[in-house]
Write a protein that binds this ligand. Structure first.
Ligand SMILES: Cc1ncc(COP(=O)(O)O)c(C=O)c1O
Length: 394
């Protein structure tokens, strides 16, 4: 079935499933490292690109292709490349699209390792970087240099929940001859389509919402144009950070219910955020669905929902945060997000511990910030769990 003109939910369930001689209704797991050629000529033709077909699983595999076709259609892109992890996706994009002497401008509150790998490692190969608050477009304009080749935005950002105007960022990047890359992990294609807003490349840690069940680590990159897709795919093949067929099968399985999961989790998150904001122990709660969020109106314009990520700070700072994390029972104390279960974590000592403290504070990731990934449980139970934990603060 050609799903390209079908609705989002139909694509989620059906896009990418290959025709199978046995009539399998889901994509089978092609658990093979390599594919036999019918003769030497066919092998030579496939390597030369004269004939379509599979060669070797690092280069491509039908189970992985099924996921790639599905996500490319969900993001309205030309093509997708699945990776072993979200960081595999981030580093492959940097490696494919930047050269020594180039410059990247990026959101200061990106996922910690996306910044650390640039500042500590890509810098060794001569790539220069500037990290700024991209919610203020004037900052972005000022940070552009003659050698800027990439603007890299995470929106909403992890964990500061900052929202960047993607259409405006795309225009600024393009006027400077740079590409706009968007990490769309927090929103998922269900709530935001960066390529439709002007971005050139979108990437995900599929570990989060796309898989949604906290049982797989993976990544994916979707490009708007063929030339970008070929560069990124070619680099993935060289770096060897391909997804495995079993991993792809698991992600495709989780993906089918993305819209249902996101809808339920964000309904819960809205209620949890409204409740948190009222609690005497809470200094502030940041959820893009709250009118008090500084970019609430922008999020309303460029997203179709607010998602299920909340960050909050307690009046008692780090000590109070630790008390809450040590006393929750339903919420799991774990990094990661976007699964069906509620998780709580402390970015300053966990996901963003690799960042220098002044950079972390400038990016809005305060010492006492607690991050909550709201799951699909009964909201009354999530709130009751947080309530009893907040009461433990002395
Ligand atoms: C926004 C964002 N991007 C990228 C990553 C990296 O993904 P992975 O852990 O799958 O390598 C994460 C992980 O938490 C993330 O939150």
């Amino acid at each position: 079935m050609d799903t390209r003109t079908k609705g989002f939910n139909t694509k989620l369930v059906h896009a990418g499933i290959p025709e199978d001689t046995h009539g399998s209704v889901v994509t089978p797991i092609y658990q093979t490292s390599t594919f036999a050629f019918k003769d030497a000529q066919q092998g030579a033709d496939r390597f030369a690109g004269k004939e379509d077909g599979y060669i070797y699983t690092r280069i491509g595999n039908p189970t992985i292709t099924a996921l790639e076709v599905n996500v490319a259609q969900l993001e309205n892109g030309f093509g997708a490349t699945a990776m072993s992890s979200g960081m595999g996706a981030v580093s492959t994009v940097y490696m494919a699209l930047l050269n020594g002497g180039d410059h990247i401008v990026s959101t200061d509150s990106v996922y910690g390792p996306s910044r650390v790998i640039m500042e500590k490692h890509f810098s060794r190969f001569g790539v220069q970087s500037t990290y700024i608050d991209t919610t203020d477009l004037e900052n972005l304009r000022k940070a552009i240099q003659p050698n800027t080749k990439m603007v890299y935005v995470e929106s909403p950002s992890n964990p500061a929940m900052q929202v960047t105007d993607l259409a405006a960022a795309a225009k600024i990047a393009h006027d400077a001859g740079a590409v706009l890359v968007v990490d769309n992990t927090f929103a998922s294609p269900c709530l935001q389509k960066p390529l439709d807003l002007g971005a050139d490349v979108v990437l995900h840690s599929v570990t989060k919402f796309i898989n949604g069940h906290a049982d797989v680590v993976g990544g994916i990159v979707v490009s708007k144009r063929e030339e970008l897709h070929k560069k990124i795919r070619g680099m993935m093949i060289m770096l060897g950070c391909n997804m495995d067929p079993h991993q792809a099968y698991m992600v495709s399985r989780g993906l089918k219910t993305l819209a249902l999961r996101v809808e339920r989790a964000q309904e819960n998150a809205q209620k949890v955020a409204e409740w948190l904001e009222q609690q005497p122990q809470v200094q502030w709660a940041r959820y893009i669905g709250l009118p008090s969020h500084p970019q609430h109106e922008l999020a309303k314009r460029q997203m179709s929902g607010y998602g299920s990520m909340i960050s909050f700070e307690l009046k008692g700072g780090v000590a109070a945060g630790r008390t809450v994390m040590d006393n929750v029972h339903l919420a799991g104390l774990a990094v990661s997000l976007g699964g069906v279960e509620t998780l709580i974590s402390h970015p300053a000592s966990m996901t963003h511990a690799g960042m220098a403290r002044p950079d972390r504070l400038a990016a809005g990731i305060t010492d006492g910030l607690v991050r909550l990934s709201v799951g699909i449980e009964d909201v009354e139970d999530i709130i009751a769990d947080l309530d009893q934990a907040l009461r433990q603060i002395r």
